[in-house]
Design a protein around this ligand. Sequence first.
Ligand code: UD1
Ligand code: CA
Length: 456
Amino acid sequence: MTKALNVVVLAAGMGKRMRSRQPKVLHLLAGKPLLGHVIDAARALQPARICVIYGHGGEAVPEAFRAPDLSFARQEPQLGTGHAVQQAVPHLDDQAATLILYGDVPLVRSETLSELLKATGDGVGVLSVVLDDPTGYGRILRDSEHRITGIVEEKDASPEQRAIREVNTGIMLLPGNRVATWLAALKNDNAQGEYYLTDVVRLAIADRVPVTGVCAPVEWETLGVNSKSQLAHLERIYQRRQADTLMEQGVTLADPNRIDIRGSLVAGTDVRIDVNCVFEGDVRLGNDVTIGPNCVLSNVSIGDGCEILPFCHLAEGELGERCRIGPFSRIRPGARLGEDVHIGNFVEVKASELGDGSKVNHLAYIGDSVVGRNVNVGAGTITCNYDGAYKHRTIIEDDVHIGSDVQLVAPVTVGRGATVGAGTTVWKDVPPGGLVLNSKDQLHRPNWKRPSKKGS
Ligand code: UD1
Ligand code: CA
């Protein structure tokens, strides 16, 4: 983009059919609000100004999106698309062309918008699409030489016009110096009593400004969201496209229709992902990583050769090479695992480092801890990190062996090479080497009778 550009995003509508208290454009697609997708497509064009028209839902929209490169104009009441763009005029550079986008048309690609900019020059550009079923859309009118002569809304259209299948996507480019004049000239003498932005096409033709139509290459990028069902439809389109991109990069997906990426997933070579996995935020997978079915990975980095077994939840952690996690493991924020670390079923690791070769395989909680190399933590072991007011650290040095069902009452240190016997409550530091255990006698009462119910 060499020429300066304004972008206006229309997002004032109420979206009644969403049946929600939330403004429509704040509903999420792939974990990001609809309007966020549109703003990102706009930003890719490097415009001088982006102005969002909001209205329904009060200040929720500006509050959700405040950013230095965005301005917001309130449209209240909402009197139509032309009236909406009029609210943006004071925010625009009147020397620059103005691109109109819809906050509820989230999948539009910046490549297609660039095509519209290129094709339009200094005139008016209309992004159209040909639909099998054009119901509800404004129809594109053309003359015998295929030049656009106007756009007629369905409610104002004759039966012949309604048969036209080329429709207005709503995305439009307007020349800078004319916008204010044309918008001021709009009238609302139509079936809906609205100020139609589409009427600028006729005003442009009257002013001998060329009107160019660009047909969107694929239908999905022009689809709007008006209902939860349409939202789900676009979500699947978006997810399938991401899955296709991953497969093109060499990732093996057990089923490209059963993966959800809500953010960005970067994968190395020979990565395999089984069904029903969800990736959130920034996830990085090294080479030769395997992810089993039904895992959720959120802002994690996974080293080469790691194996994540089924049903794991990993959030904000970092795994070194060749770790084996799961099934049913939980990795929480601040977990940093070295190489060849094994975390097994029903083990939770939070804000802890585990050194190379260490293993915590069954039913354990490791929190606020530093665990050295080649440590084995037995089943049922818990770091008691919380005294009810403060969190304390547990340090387990290299080559320690911790038996089953041990409580480590932090702050506490277990010295290098020490062994902790099963069932021990460790509440004092353990020196390196040797064995530590609590003295508990094992009693036996040979004639003891188990309680039994009366009469049995
Ligand atoms: C509009 C177009 C129609 C096109 C269709 C594509 C006009 C007159 N009609 O139809 O040709 O085929 O989009 O979907 O432009 N909005 C506001 N303020 C308003 C009215 C609307 O911000 O006062 C916003 C809505 O939030 C929405 C967008 O503009 O994002 C389109 O509004 P909508 O009512 O869905 O479109 P139509 O007017 O039916
Ligand atoms: Ca409308």
